[in-house]
Write a protein that binds this ligand. Structure first.
Ligand code: HEC
Length: 112
């Protein structure tokens, strides 16, 4: 709920300020809300919260936008490309809207 409100506030701010930095913050906040609503924490942990088997802390230091997008939309291809895999295997989030995928990518890349 809290994160959803943050995302809404971020979007409102975007309308008011319309600066690139505000737009980016709104995207990251939206991605953080989607991370919760899509239950990524069933398999992943951030700041020690969630499934510690596959932590995502610092993933923004090494991953690229294209690679995170591939994990979300075609995890099998991402496994083949990176050699990373685990059980349970990542499920596909290809059914999300393009702007939702973009927001999740922005959130992942903010984890530095
Ligand atoms: C059913 C389990 C599962 C769910 C749900 C899941 N993932 Fe994953 N994910 C994995 C596994 C397994 C890997 C590959 C193993 C690893 O990271 O070492 C992975 C890899 C990744 C990577 C690449 C990590 C790296 O180190 O390069 C990212 C980014 C990622 N997932 C993000 C997400 C996001 C965002 C969500 C929610 C929208 C999500 N995952 C949901 C299991 C899951």
């Amino acid at each position: 709920m809290h994160m959803f409100r943050m995302a809404v506030m971020g979007t409102a701010l975007l309308g008011l300020l319309a600066t690139p930095a505000a737009a980016q913050d709104a995207k990251v906040a939206k991605g953080e809300a989607l991370y919760a609503s899509q239950k990524c924490a069933l398999c992943h942990a951030i700041d020690g919260k969630g499934n510690k088997k596959f932590p995502l802390d610092g993933v923004g230091k090494t991953a690229t936008a294209d690679l995170v997008k591939l994990w979300l939309t075609d995890p099998k291809a991402a496994e083949a490309k990176t050699g990373k895999a685990g059980k349970p295997a990542m499920r596909s989030f290809a059914k999300l809207a393009a702007d939702e995928v973009d927001a999740l990518v922005a959130y992942m890349l903010s984890l530095k």
